[in-house]
Every structure is written in C-alpha cells, then in structure tokens.
Design a protein around this ligand. Structure first.
Ligand code: NAD
Length: 544
C-alpha cells in the first residue's frame, strides 16, 4: 500500500497566475520552450499534467522565483506508474539496435540545445555556465556510448556438462527504472541512467530534485518529441516533479523494479532499506568526502590548480569535490602558499558570466551549513588560511544570492574519525593536514565512512603502485595526477570501501561506463536440450 497515494487535503497556496520574470531568466527559458508565466505542469507520461502541490524554482544567484510548477497529485502519480509500466512492454519488444537509433536522435536533440540547457543548469542550480554546459555534454557522451552498447549488450553461451545441451545467459529488459536525483547534477545523472536504461529496453520514471525542476522539464520535453516522432509511448521517459513524498512513493512502488538513487547518505540509507524490504534492486550513489594527497615530487603547476578546481568548483557542491588535502611536510609551506594565492584571486560572482569561476551555493540552507561549519572550526582552534572573512556585498540583482567565500582551514586534529574530517559538508571548505609518510596519508584517506573519489599527486611510480594497489586508496575513483572531481562517462562511477568503518556511506552503486549496463537487465539462465535424452546435472540418477 502506498501511503502517498492516500488522498490528503491539498496544501496549495493561492498564487497569481502570471509572474513578471527578469530578462536574465526569460532569455534562458524561452529557447527551451518553458512558459514564462503561469503555472507549469510538472508531470509527464505521454501528456503533461500536474494538479498537486506547487513547487517554486528559485534562482540561487539572485533569489528570484523563476517558475511555479504543479507536481503530480497522488492519483496522477498512480496513473503515471501504470503508463510507465505499459511503455516498458512496448520498449522491450523493440530490437535493441532500434532503441539505439532512437537514442541517437535523443542525443542529437540534447546536443542541439547544449548551450541553452547549460545556461539553464547555471540559472537554476547555480554552477558556472561552463560547468553547466559540460554537464549537458555528459548526457550527449553517455548517449553516444549507449547507442554503441545497443549493439553490444551481449549475453553468453556457457559450456554445458550434459551432452547435446547448451546454456545461454540472456540479458532481458528489466522493467521500470525509477531515477531519483540530487540538485547538484540536474541533467547528467538522469542522462547516465536514462541512456543505459533505455538501451537495455526499460521505461524510466524520473523524480528530480524539487529545487531543479526546470532542468528536468526541459530535458523531458526534448526527449518526448523524439519519442513521439518514433511512435514510442511518452511514458518510456516519464517525469514526476515533487518532494520527498513523491520520492517515497516511488521507492515503495512495486511497479518500479530498480531504484537508482543519487543523493545524501541520510536519504540513501532510508531508500536502500525501503527497496530492500520489498526485494527490489537499487543503485545507490551517495555522499563523497574526497581527499587529495600531495607528495614531495608532485608537479605543483598541475596539482595546485586541480586542487583549487576540486575544492572551489561548483562551490564545493560536487559529490567528488575535494574536501580534504593531505600535504607532505617537506613541501607544505610551498603548496599552501600557492593555494592561498589561488584562493585570493577568486571571488564569487554571477555564474552566467564567462569570467566567473565561483557561483553561489544552491540554497540558504547551504549558506547556514557553511556558517555553522566555519564557526565550529574557529571554536575548535583551527587555523583559517583563506576565506572566512565577510564577503563584500555584490551588486543587484546578485545582492540577494547565496554567495560565500571559499575557505582553507588547518584543523587542530588530523584524526579522520573526528569532525570536521569524517563528514561530507556540501560547501567550499577545504581542510588540510600535514603528513610524513605516504602510508599515513593513505590511512587517513581510507578511514572516513565515505569512499567516492581520491587523488594522488606524484611522479614516482613506486608511490603510484602503493596508491592504486590492494593497500592503497579504497575509494571507487583512484586518480593519479588528476583531481578528485570531474569524471568521464567511460569509467563506471561509484563508491567503494574496505576499511573497518561503521558504514560505507557512498553506497556501492556503479553508473555510466564500465559494466554498469548489466544492472539494468535481468539475466535469464537458459539451459536448452537439443538431444534425445534428458540427463540430470551432476550425474544425479532419478530413473523411475
Ligand atoms: P537529498 O538526499 O536531499 O535529495 C536527493 C533526492 O532524494 C531528491 O530528489 C529528494 O527529493 C529525494 N528524497 C528526499 N527524501 C526522500 C525519501 N525519503 N525517499 C525518496 N526520495 C527522497 O540530496 P541533495 O541535497 O539533493 O544532493 C546532495 C547529495 O547528493 C550529496 O550528499 C552528494 O554527495 C550526493 N550526490 C552523490 C552523487 C554520486 O554519484 N555519488 C552525485 C551527486 C550528488
């Protein structure tokens, strides 16, 4: 029984039907076919609808309300789940290469709006425009990859021990894939899931973050047009904009075979338990608390800018952001001087301007998290090397945005089991500790509960061997002379952990590249007897 589906009294406020948008926002929404006034339908399953509560999309750079979106009502969600299930039955009957051809057209459609969608990501999420465009490019890249995969999602022929028998392992479409995504990658994470899921023959139901609904609506509109042109039901790419209640309903719905969840550790824990309790499948992509380790022989002309991008990029709001920096004692002064210089050259500004390198935090809540963390660092005696002082007010319309200064801090303790080291705070604060031996840095890197990304800076092949080997970094992403943040779609993305921690707080999900597609199918083991006899396996005798 879905608790969400129990009708409740509407909590909708009376809102004006028209709104006056800034030219800044309307210039971005118009080319993406997003209405500039009135309420916008936030649910799609072949037709657009929404008669549930209203969500407001707020621009983090200015505080402007850029849209009001109607979420799906309980009965609409129910209907969408049914239609998505039906769309799966349609898709699974199409040959995989035909699905690949439709994906190729979707790729073209997304690519044709690369700049416009990138600007929308910047407007609604707050990351700088080049990162917004890069995120759309990830969607394009994963479509390319999935088009190829649509001709290569091969099963296997296994040798049978019985004469005249063959065993096939057949990858069949799984069903409905529910994608619940986070605010910080409002386009790419859906792309990673949608492209593989579609190529594998599944219908997808997307619940985006309630704070980035417009990105989801714009992407779904582009996909819907391609599906329509190919006579594929629109519910092959369904959308339900909404909050945690809609997320919970999707997690509990028996119509959803696989829940691919990207978000915080806290919610991921609830999602994992709920899906497991009905024996559904999950992909969990949760928080990161990523470290960069700098050895004495590192090329600092590469390391310092990469650490700067890792810590400051996306205002510290990537799951792969660099949050911990471990520097060898012999070069610590040099590294920290160079890094402080880089920080002092960067000030926050409008993420839509091409010269801006640091945009706002996504929400006022995140600003509070930043202020609380800084206060606590100070109270515990940490040395603040950069940032932390008051920000000069920005000119209108940015004066009401969520801007903060990035911080470099040296906490008094380097104990990775204690705060501030053991938690993911989604803000641009980089904590630094000094080490004497690579083994210490590796231990500190591994001792936290999260295990998403990590990076070693060295030119010594012996250090590389230690770092990527069995006693090295236990994260899912183990980079060398490459920062923690910014992955390519070719490699499977997700967390690992081997250290004796209380939990593995990143989840064990794998998305995008590698063998990730194998999670979006159900494997049928088919033993076929071509002979005139019916022997039992292992020589078991059951003659009657
Ligand atoms: P969040 O956990 O608050 O929300 C994520 C999604 O879950 C949203 O769509 C939200 O509406 C939904 N949700 C909330 N409660 C729910 C419930 N009870 N049941 C089902 N769904 C529910 O995360 P966020 O603040 O949007 O994103 C930031 C977090 O996401 C960070 O921890 C970051 O590290 C993580 N993240 C991880 C990856 C990765 O690949 N590992 C990528 C991006 C972001």
């Amino acid at each position: 029984m879905l608790s969400f589906l129990t009708p409740k009294l509407p909590s909708v406020r009376i809102l004006p039907v028209s709104r006056s948008l800034s030219s800044r926002a309307s210039a971005i929404l118009r080319p993406l076919d997003i209405p500039l006034s009135g309420e916008i339908a936030g649910a799609y399953d072949g037709s657009w609808k929404g008669s549930g509560d209203i969500l407001e999309s707020v621009c983090p750079s200015t505080g402007e309300i850029i849209a009001r979106i109607r979420t799906a009502s309980p009965s609409e969600l129910h209907e969408t789940l049914d239609k998505t299930r039906d769309a799966y039955k349609h898709l699974r009957a199409l040959p995989a290469p035909r699905r690949g051809e439709i994906l190729r057209q979707i790729r073209e459609s997304i690519a044709s709006k690369r700049e416009a969608l990138g600007a929308l990501v910047s407007l609604e999420m707050g990351k700088i425009r080049t990162e917004g465009v890069g995120e759309v490019q990830e969607f394009v890249d994963i479509c390319d990859s999935a088009v190829g995969l649509s001709r290569m999602m091969n099963g296997r022929v296994v040798n049978s021990e019985r004469p005249g028998h063959s065993i096939l392992e057949v990858p069949n479409p799984l069903g409905v894939v529910g994608v619940i995504s986070a605010f910080n990658f409002p386009v790419a994470v859906y792309g990673w899931n949608f492209a593989l899921s579609f190529a594998a023959g599944n219908a997808t139901l997307w619940k985006p973050s309630p704070t980035t609904p417009l990105c989801a609506i714009a992407v779904t509109k582009l996909i819907a047009r391609v599906l329509e042109a190919n006579d594929v039901p629109g519910a092959a790419a369904s959308l339900v904009v909404g909050g945690s209640d809609i997320g919970e309903a999707i997690v509990q719905a028996s119509e959803v075979d696989l829940v691919s969840f990207t978000g915080s550790e806290k919610v991921g824990r609830e999602v994992g338990r709920a899906v497991q309790s009905r024996f559904g499948k999950t992909i969990l992509e949760l928080g990161g608390n990523n470290a960069a380790v700098v050895m004495p022989d590192a090329d600092l002309s590469l390391a310092v800018p990469a650490i700067g991008f890792g810590a400051i990029g996306t205002a510290g709001q990537r799951c792969t952001s660099t949050r911990r920096l471990y520097v060898h004692r012999s070069i610590s002064d040099k590294v920290l001087r160079a890094l402080s210089g880089l920080y002092s050259a960067i000030s926050p500004g409008d993420p839509l301007e091409s010269t801006t390198l640091l945009g706002p935090l996504h929400s006022k809540t995140a600003v509070n998290t930043y202020v609380t963390a800084l206060t606590s660092l100070r109270a515990s005696g940490a040395e603040i090397l950069s940032g932390g002082d008051d920000l000069e007010p920005l000119p209108a319309p940015l004066a009401t945005g969520n801007y903060v200064k990035p911080v470099i801090a040296i906490p008094r303790t380097h104990d990775p089991l204690k705060e501030p080291w053991n938690k993911e705070l989604f803000v641009p604060i980089l904590n630094v500790a000094i080490f004497d031996h690579l083994e210490d840095a590796i231990n500190w890197n591994n001792a936290v509960p999260q295990g998403l990304s990590s990076s070693l800076w060295t030119r010594d092949i012996r250090n590389v061997g230690k770092w990527i080997g069995p006693s090295g970094s236990d994260a899912g992403i183990v980079n060398v002379n490459v920062g923690t943040s910014g992955a390519e779609i070719g490699a499977a993305f997700g967390g690992n952990k081997v250290h004796k921690c209380l939990s593995q707080s990143t989840g064990w999900g794998r998305e995008s590249g590698g063998d990730a597609w194998k999670q979006y199918v159900r494997w049928s083991a088919c033993t076929i007897n071509f002979s005139d006899n019916a022997p039992l396996a292992q020589g078991v005798n059951f003659s009657i």
